[in-house]
Design a protein around this ligand. Structure first.
Ligand code: ADP
Ligand code: MG
Length: 507
């Protein structure tokens, strides 16, 4: 192709957008060229996803203009965006895929839906198309497999393949590396570079991992509070200057008083899991909430699972209430009073197809089984209702299936389960993921309540502002290690972000 292709620019001018009570975007200017890999960063809630959703046609009610090559585009629906060659891979990978369809059907979803693929040989055709797209990504995924059987990283590749078959000119990736391992991330980067070079694909890359932005992007836009703060080349920037722009100021130190803590409930002493965790030592006391900060991939989930006995320890010791214990399975953990609310709530935390009351009693079933081995339904229901009251779970009847609850209420059920089991140590892995702001506040209240009842709470999250709001002390993880520890009232988001993105001790 002739060079001018790479001068074709996608531009957003004066974009504003409001949600009830929130000005999510305020007169934002943004642009990206074909063949360019461009980073879009900002703290949580800065407006990155909303801006990209506007570009992808998810909203019709924004102000401002979108242009391609200087010509205004009417982007008011996902189809209009696709016609303009703009594809997005959303942050919530799962919601973009149809679980019960095959990989091929998901990759060709748009073509199938629009009737572009017709006739008896349809299936062969779209399987071929899907296979070719996956080959381009060097992904060995069986196209006839159902998407529900894939790992998160594979689902991501399916979504990128879907973008490829659309022959997009611009690809938006919203936190694509969040669910990926280091190696999968490297592979994704290779693919992105190749697509940018060979197919002149313009890529907009949203990520919290600053280090990787420096690896793959040539330019960067920084957003803060709904506004665009800067657009620059990455060369000449450092992680620190980017963090400063993201935050705009030194953050206020948290003013919250630390909770009064009792004796150590759980202590880890140089816990190591080969290849995943490296000499993790930490303590959490009764009545205390500790934070495990770190970006996705830092090892938080592995740590949570290790404490819960579902990942075997290579070396190191765990003490519960001062006594050394071996926790070799989730069964051991439950018996010893440790509860886990896992990150993938819908897969591991609760059984959505089951009634709420069964979910609640799942970890304490013994209490509800009579001497003939049957579950005493009345007793079970009474217990479930007690937790519903205690945690203000919005549900009319505990016989309802958990699937009918909102994300926040499902999370409360997952926590309530451990209250019934009388766990003394509660491990919460990204407990606010996928819940709205109101539900977040309620989950924080529940955590306060747990601490007041002298539970020891471990709160793992990549949302630094949440950790600052809810914990007493924070450990920062990076690459399977604890790299920093601070009392919450004495640290800042900037400091945590510095260590979480691989910054070295410098004071
Ligand atoms: P980011 O992706 O940078 O974390 P978002 O674009 O998701 O930020 O959010 C920007 C602001 O808009 C936040 O205050 C967020 O709470 C709000 N917001 C985003 N989506 C919605 C929505 N669907 N309804 C109401 N408010 C929203
Ligand atoms: Mg976002």
């Amino acid at each position: 192709m002739t060079p001018p292709v790479n001068e074709q620019r996608l531009e957003m001018r004066g974009i504003s957008m409001e949600f009830p009570g929130v000005k999510a975007l305020d007169d934002v200017h943004f642009s990206v060229k074909r063949g360019e890999i461009h980073a879009l960063v900002g703290a949580n809630g800065a407006g990155k996803s909303t801006l990209m959703k506007v570009l992808a046609g998810a909203y019709a009610s924004y102000e401002g203009t979108i242009l391609f090559d200087g010509v205004p585009l009417a982007i008011d629906s996902p189809n209009a965006a696709k016609r303009a060659g703009i594809e997005i891979v959303y942050q919530e990978v799962d919601t973009a895929l149809v679980d019960y369809l095959t990989v091929a059907e998901n990759i060709c979803l748009d073509m199938l839906a629009s009737g572009q693929l017709k006739g008896v040989i349809r299936r062969r055709r779209y399987e071929e198309i899907a296979e070719r797209a996956l080959q381009k990504l060097k992904a060995s995924i069986d196209v006839r497999q159902r998407v529900s059987e894939l790992r998160l990283a594979e689902k991501q590749l399916v979504l990128i393949a879907r973008a490829l078959v659309q022959e997009s000119r611009f690809l938006i990736l919203d936190e694509p590396t969040a669910p990926l391992s280091g190696r999968e991330t490297e592979q994704l980067f290779r693919i992105i570079r190749e697509l940018a070079e060979k197919e002149h694909l313009g890529v907009i890359f949203i990520s919290h991992r600053l280090q990787e932005l420096f690896e793959i992007c040539e330019s960067i836009s920084v957003m803060r509070d709904g506004k665009m703060v800067s657009r620059q080349l990455l060369a000449g920037q450092t992680k620190e200057t980017v963090v400063e722009q993201m935050l705009g100021r030194r953050l206020q130190k948290s003013s919250r008083e630390a909770r009064p803590a009792g004796a150590p409930s759980l202590e880890l002493d140089r816990i190591t899991v080969a290849g995943q965790l490296d000499e993790i030592s930490l303590t959490v006391r009764a009545g205390e909430v500790i934070g495990i900060a770190g970006l996705v991939g830092a090892g938080k989930t592995e740590l949570c699972k290790t404490i819960f006995g579902s990942i075997p320890v290579t070396s190191g010791l765990m003490r519960l209430a001062g006594e050394t214990r071996r926790i070799r399975s989730a069964y051991d953990a439950v018996r010893l009073g440790i509860g886990l609310v896992p990150e993938e709530r819908r897969k591991e935390g609760i059984l959505v197809a089951d009634p709420i009351e069964q979910n609640m009693t799942a970890a304490s079933l013994k209490q509800f089984v009579n001497r003939f081995g049957f579950v005493e339904k009345k007793k079970e229901r009474a217990a479930a209702n007690r937790i519903v009251q205690q945690l203000s779970i919005k549900v009319s009847d505990t016989r309802q299936r958990a699937a009918e609850l909102s994300g926040g209420n499902q999370q409360k059920v997952a926590i309530g389960k451990w209250l019934l089991a009388d766990a003394s140590v509660l491990v919460l892995d990204e407990p606010t993921k996928g819940v709205d702001v109101g539900a977040k506040a309620e989950i924080f209240q529940v955590i306060d309540q747990l601490a007041a009842e002298q539970k020891a709470v471990i709160y793992a999250s990549s949302e630094l502002d949440e950790l600052l709001a809810v914990t007493d002390r924070i450990y920062v993880m990076y690459d399977g290690q604890i790299v920093f520890e601070a009392t919450t009232s004495e640290t800042t988001e900037e400091q945590l972000l510095w260590y979480a993105t691989g910054g070295q001790q410098h004071e």
